[in-house]
Design a protein around this ligand. Structure first.
Ligand code: AHR
Length: 469
């Protein structure tokens, strides 16, 4: 059985079921998600390999070969049509996609395996988010509902708000109690759990809550697991709960089950929109990764949720390589030569903090050759990737490490097999739709289509510094 078969047998059926990694019903064989391709704008649906099974990641890999893909739609598997697409502008933020929509997630930003079969999660960068403001069957008012989500416990920040769940249909903050969603992150400025975070909390609007009105709930632990399960539920009679656990082992723990915060949260004023990766008012500065989740009609029992947790554990989530193409080995010193036809004599170098391309030969001074030599270190933001460049905005700079989490994520790059069949294309870890590109000899972390019209694929020559002398 899938998670939504379990909810159904508990008397609390799924009214939304979203996952890019697997079917959440045993009998579901429809599309899991739709992707669009950067090279020609074509779209395709990615289905499960067969009913009830893991996504067909190979179909994505082949459709997206030599180009980039974005996730355009996360289909609702419950039959209620509650599909998610990129979120429209809201009260707090306007997205940067045409029309003010939030950006879409790179289709390959969050590779994992489920019992050794490859699949992709939804990697939400700041500015990305998904939403459905015209749903069917989702709880409104004070009606009972439950929800769960499987997330990456190592991908988070403090910005508002990496959420999955029930929010305002207007994408505006319409007051306390107008949301009921799972939140994951540092919850900056709101209630927290024990330790230094991140935490699973509940976004009930105008507050990320760990309980009723307590600022620190010592029973809501700092998440240290790579895959984390978050659970939130609420029902009439002034009752709600937040639960969580390790999505690859063990059982759920109840962090809180009790009365609502006050004022304004009893009765609730849920509106029934669904959000992913953003706040109710489209606050879109947060980041995180979503693998699967569902929302129910009715208040699931703890026993039902425990069975869903066991089902998630049995799905066998595990990490897999974030890199491809020729290895760029940690500890080595490398030079990066452009493979764009115009510029194959140019190497990535830096002049002061500006990262540029320069024509460099062995007759250049050692200072210039050194400026085009890069030490490969373990990715600061994710140890599965290599890092040696920082960015500000999407122009690349050489910056000293200021020790911040933002620096770590900005300075982490995941080499991929080169889009033009040569060497590597260098992908940003935190903005996986962005790659090294050059324009007027300046380096950018650019998405498909901008800021330069010319394509850039980079060949890591892997020349050691000594080869220049
Ligand atoms: O409750 C926290 C956030 O506050 C909500 O997600 C958002 O709508 C508001 O800005």
């Amino acid at each position: 059985a899938g998670p939504c078969d379990i909810y159904a047998s508990g008397g609390t059926p799924c009214v939304a079921a979203h996952s890019t990694t697997r079917a959440l019903f045993d009998a579901y064989s429809g599309p899991l998600y739709q992707i669009s391709r950067g090279s020609d704008g074509a779209t395709t649906n990615i289905n499960a390999l067969s009913a009830g099974k893991v996504a067909n990641a190979a179909a994505q890999d082949s459709f997206c070969q030599s180009t980039t893909c974005l996730i355009t739609t996360i289909f609702d598997q419950s039959g209620h049509g509650n599909d998610l697409t990129h979120a429209p502008a809201g009260g707090a933020a306007t997205g940067t996609d045409p029309g003010g929509f939030d950006t879409q997630a790179a289709a390959d930003g969050a590779p994992v395996t489920l019992n050794s079969q490859k699949a992709y999660g939804v990697f939400i960068s700041p500015g990305s988010g998904y939403r459905n403001d015209a749903t069917n069957g989702i709880a409104t008012g004070d009606a009972a509902e439950g929800m769960y989500a499987v997330l990456d416990g190592t991908h988070f920040n403090g910005a508002c708000c990496f959420d999955y769940g029930n929010a305002e249909v207007s994408a505006r903050d319409t007051g306390n109690g107008h949301m009921e969603a799972i939140y994951f992150g540092l919850g900056t400025g709101f209630a927290t759990g024990a330790g230094s975070g991140p935490w699973i909390l509940a976004d009930l609007e105008n507050g990320l809550y760990n309980s009723a009105n307590v600022s620190v709930n010592p029973n809501d632990p700092t998440v240290t697991e790579r895959f984390v399960m978050g659970v939130v539920k609420g029902q009439p009679g002034n009752n709600w709960a937040v639960r969580g656990g390790n999505a690859v082992a063990g059982s759920l723990t109840t962090y809180y089950n009790g009365v609502r915060p006050s004022p304004g949260y009893n009765p609730m004023s849920k509106e029934g929109a669904i959000i992913l990766g953003i706040g109710g008012d489209n606050s879109n500065g947060a980041q995180g990764t979503f693998y699967e989740g569902a929302m129910t009609s009715g208040f699931p029992s703890d026993a039902t949720e425990n069975a869903v947790q066991a089902n998630v554990v049995a799905a066998g989530y595990a990490v897999t390589s974030l890199t491809s193409g020729p290895a760029i080995t940690v500890g080595s010193t490398v030079s990066f030569r452009a493979t764009t036809a115009c510029c194959t004599n140019r190497f990535i170098a830096h002049t002061g903090s500006t990262v540029n391309t320069q024509v460099i030969t062995s007759s250049n001074s050692s200072a210039i050759r050194l400026s085009a030599s890069w030490n490969v270190v373990t990715g600061l933001g994710n140890s599965g990737c290599a890092a040696s460049f920082g960015t500000s905005g999407f122009e690349l700079f050489v910056n000293a490490n200021d020790g911040s989490a933002l620096f770590s994520t900005d300075a982490t790059w995941c080499p991929q097999a080169g889009f033009n069949g040569q060497g590597n294309s260098i992908r940003s870890w935190s903005f996986p739709s962005h790659y090294f590109r050059h324009f007027n000899a300046i380096l950018f972390a650019a998405s498909n289509g901008g800021p330069s019209a010319s394509s850039l694929t980079l060949l890591a020559s892997r020349a050691s510094e000594s080869q220049w002398t």
